[in-house]
Ligand binder design. Structure first.
Ligand code: BTN
Length: 248
């Protein structure tokens, strides 16, 4: 499916732009995109850094037909896999794995190449709109913010990429996956694909919850996105997003 682009010269945040207009009957697959985002928003109230004209900063308006509010993690899985598939296409020479850091950061090796901010609007038992904000680092070669571990496609590959082509491919990939997986019969396959690309999916790693660090391994991610960890004593602990963080 082809995206319907709204190109903005400059905007505070493409997510905020679409959130305020999603109620105005904009159709599924509308994409607000800009080369200059002046107040990009990240997860956990953070800001999002992107040098003007260097990276992809856009938001895709999705209007699910089947995905229920209780299944909204499906949207995260679709968007994450769409970006991973896009990076698989361009970063064929990458020596490190392209993976998804639960719940939806995209990593190359131990570095973050893309952040996703999904904002849903619910009405009764329906998702009226799901706005998937994506910041993909494409051609930026230096990062100034205090983000712990940013990287870009250009830093990894050693050359720049055609921004519009990457953007079109990524949007089309996400929209194609969305058409396929906005279907309860297909959630299992989607969920397996998501789990198969998880960052640190094997072995023990450091996590922090309630200010306490501990070693644990990922046991499972439930279809609703809840993470189950096993600590070194074999105790299982379940976490929703924001209740636990990886120690980088
Ligand atoms: C994160 O913290 O990892 C999520 C970052 C999401 C950034 C993108 S850039 C386009 C869209 N508009 C925003 O204000 N944020 C998202």
């Amino acid at each position: 499916m082809k995206p319907i682009y709204i190109r903005l010269d400059s905007v505070a945040s493409t997510n905020t732009y679409l959130t305020s207009r999603a109620a105005d009957n904009l159709p599924h697959a509308t994409v607000a995109t800009t080369d200059r985002q002046t107040a990009g928003r990240g997860q956990r109230g953070n800001s999002w850094e992107a040098a003007d004209g260097k990276n992809i900063t856009l938001s895709i308006l999705l209007r699910p037909k089947e995905i229920l509010p209780s299944q909204q993690f499906v949207v995260s899985e679709i968007v994450s896999l769409g970006i991973v598939n896009t990076l698989d296409h361009y970063l064929t020479e990458a020596e490190e794995e392209i993976s998804i850091k639960w719940p939806n950061d995209i990593y190359v090796g131990d570095k973050k190449i893309c952040g996703i901010l999904i904002e849903n609007s619910l009405m009764g038992n329906k998702i009226v709109s799901s706005i998937a904000g994506i910041g993909l680092n494409v051609n930026q070669d230096r990062f100034l913010s205090d983000a712990p571990n940013p990287v870009s496609m250009a830093i990894i590959a050693g050359h720049e990429f055609p921004l519009e082509e990457v953007r079109d491919r990524m949007c089309e990939e996400i929209l194609t996956l969305f058409d396929r997986f906005d279907n309860p019969n297909r959630y299992d396959g989607l969920h397996s694909a998501y789990k198969g690309r998880l960052w640190r999916r094997n072995g023990f790693h450091k996590f922090v919850a309630d200010g306490m660090e501990f070693d644990a391994e990922i046991v499972d991610i439930a279809p609703d996105g809840i993470l189950t960890l096993a600590d070194t004593d074999g105790n299982h602990r379940k976490f929703a997003f924001k209740e636990v963080a990886f120690v980088l």
